[in-house]
Design a protein around this ligand. Structure first.
Ligand code: GRF
Length: 193
């Protein structure tokens, strides 16, 4: 098999795209040997798409609501990802639950970042959940995506303290800085096999 220096990846987004930006920055600094072949969003409103366009990265918007059911949406996503020829799908703030046919089409090749120390605080607003619970430490987790939401083998975690004057926002911002460190690092581990 041809040995490629740069592992091709797709990044799935729905929002502001700071994790996408961290990946792009790591590539540009030469720390991450990957090439983003595709940035895919389920909504045209994602600011992440603008970030991608600025670097001439191909983008696609495939809203789930345009399809009769989640499996048809999944078929379309499978087609697009196969076409792009990527080795890894990186979920970076992708806010739609992926259909089971998509997940089983790419076993161990879809990763996600979640803003808590899983298995604590699954689901939405994990930083706020942690803050409201009163934990003294929380953080972020990169894991393989399986059919169960925010489960799947854990690859890396960063622990982040909750400080006395924090609110949910300051805490979320502190966690985000660690997300931006560990996500590019994990992708680089995949590139190094
Ligand atoms: C991050 O907090 C990530 O952990 C979660 O969604 C958020 C995405 O942020 N899955 P951004 O769009 O990368 O800025």
């Amino acid at each position: 098999m041809e040995k490629r220096e740069y592992m091709p990846i797709a990044v799935f987004v729905s929002g502001r795209g700071t994790n996408l930006q961290a990946i792009i920055d790591a590539i540009n600094k030469g720390k991450l040997k990957t090439e983003i072949k595709l940035v895919l969003s389920n909504t045209s409103k994602a600011y992440a798409l603008e970030r991608a366009r600025k670097y001439n990265i191909p983008t696609k918007v495939i809203p789930s609501k345009k399809f009769k059911n989640p499996l048809e949406w999944g078929e379309k996503l499978i087609e697009v990802v196969k076409e792009s020829g990527v080795d890894l799908v990186v979920l970076a703030g992708f806010m739609k639950i992926l259909p089971p046919n998509f997940i089983s089409a790419f076993p161990n090749k879809i990763i996600n970042i979640h803003p808590s120390i899983l298995p604590a605080f699954k689901g939405l607003s994990a930083q706020e959940q942690a803050f409201n619970y009163g934990v003294k430490y929380t953080g972020c987790t990169v894991h393989i995506v399986t059919e169960k939401l925010d489960e799947g083998p854990i690859i890396a975690q960063a622990v982040v303290p909750v400080l006395p004057n924090d609110n949910a926002n300051t805490l979320a911002n502190r966690i985000l800085k660690y997300e931006h460190k560990i996500y590019p690092q994990v992708i680089q581990w995949f590139a190094e096999k």
